[in-house]
Design a protein around this ligand. Sequence first.
Ligand code: IPM
Ligand code: MG
Length: 353
Amino acid sequence: MAGVLLLPGDGIGPEVTEEARALLVRVAPDVELEEGLVGGCAIDAEGTPLSDATLDRARACGLVLLGAVGGPRWDALPVEKRPEKGLLRIRKELGLFACLRPAKVIDALADASPLRREAVVGVDLIVVRELTGGIYYGEPRGRSDRDGTRRALNTMVYDEHDIARIARVAFETAAGRRRRVTNIHKANVLEVCKLWNEVVEEVARDYPDVELEHQLVDSAAMVLLRDAPRFDVLLCPNLFGDILSDEAAMITGSLGMLASASIGEPGRGLFEPVHGSAPDIAGQDKANPLAAILSVALLLEHGLGRPEEAARVRRAVERVLDEGYRTLDLARGPHTRVLGTREMGKRVREALS
Ligand code: IPM
Ligand code: MG
């Protein structure tokens, strides 16, 4: 029997994960659930943001549903010891090299976007982000003070195998969609991107039905605001994907809507909302649980191989939004009915039918 390890984490993580859990229990009652600690709460309880024991359980389950990590309480810690390290470690150790972040404008939310309605209607893109390499993990890294001057460095490094495998995920994904890959790079400045583009072009030859275009990351940030509907799959190195996925999320209305699936070898995956721990609203029943709930849809689809159940969850979310219900982050105009985290979760479960 498939098992899922729940790692609610910090801030609003536990609140939104609770709604995700309740939904998962409804749609997949046979799936066994376990729970563990990650991030700041793990630092407090176990002295480390991700213990070896928790990592072993994640490996044994194969599938992880995560809430969020981090908060001001742990902000003074050095990078090596921060809550985020728990997330970076689990991604790396489980070999989850591909992060899929779909950003689709739901009709009912077109007016919740900070952009004009015309600029967002029809947006249906997916960021395919490389997740276990690049500048996040590159060596050398760290402080390297010299002659009394403070100095620090990080390294953006990829080899051809890292690039080819994430490129394949992007092309496979595009093949099942609108068949267009936009490769995001900064090859006018960075050698690593030059190699990245070369390898992406080699992989593209195996996918003659998929159109490939290259786009500089700075210009992509601009085109996302001007003409996001033109994008299908955005293939990104780790850091560029981190940045552009937040921008893409905002186009769809709120960061509170964006879910993600981090995948690697079959049977393994980590599913999490893209929003962070939002400490300013934690514990107040204000957070939007929909990104966590949509992460359950991705878990059903990519982790458990149950696409019908995934579609059922997405339909339930759309139904509740169609009825005019919103969490605070999505509320615009006088006709919206603002719900708290728990009530929103409950409505979605009721809408499952
Ligand atoms: C994300 C987050 C993480 C990242 C942080 C929390 C380490 O911003 O998943 O996008 O940078 O990958
Ligand atoms: Mg991010």
